[in-house]
Write a protein of this length. Sequence first.
Lengths: 163, 124
Amino acid sequence: MVRRLVPHPLLSLMLILVWLGLVNTFTLGNLILGTSFGLIIPMLTAAYWPDRPTLARPLKAVEYVLVVLWDIIVANVQVAAIILFKRETTINSQWIPIPLELTSAEAITVLAGTITMTPGTVSATLAADGRAILVHCLHTDDPNAIRDEIKTRYERRLLEIFP
Amino acid sequence: MSLAAELLISIALIVSGLFGLVGSYGLVKLKDTLQRLHAPTKATTLGVGGVLIASMIFFYMETGHISVHELLISLFLFLTAPITANFIAKAYLARNTREEDLPSSDGDFGWSVYDDPPNSDSDR
């Protein structure tokens, strides 16, 4: 019963927080309106998202966000340097296939988003059975190093967060 | 507003402006669509991020309240930018790249742009 009324508790909480952030002032009326959005929207969309993802280690998720933010800053500088100082003809773009150990759809989505947001790599497509992801790398001479970094830095952490 | 705050805001704005400029220059300089795809993912991270940080400091100094709109903007960017980039990459693959040009997926199934997914009802 509770499960039917609140199919995604984390989504509900997120919607309430986003609503309060959008109106930017905390009042009881806003809280009630936000809570009703947080209850109604997950119910209406429950058919499209039947499984509830489990977050095993919420603290690890915080660590993951911080690691990714830091990597975004570092990688921004690296890519800016590639654009500014490398001649077009020496930019060595490559496709890198990465085998995945992650199985949950949510975890793979987060990984694909992370790969794209850390500049220098863009996730292009998945294998049809979801066991590998194809990444386009702007410039690298060592595709294996990029693959290993993504696997150890991001995928290992995601495996702990989404069991 | 104190001098230190003004300095911080100016630095954040200049950094974001520089990264925005480099990202746009990348669009001109790089050769093909997939390389150019790397430029907008950059402009939306440090380029927009710098403006948002400057805006947060400014409104905190002006009004004394922390504004969360900027955090929401970055949240929405982080949700939408990868999906846009992913769709552009997929469309490019479908139109301009042959399966033989890509490295193999090393699995039972090829890349989803060319290969059909396994027929399973629920477990995926």
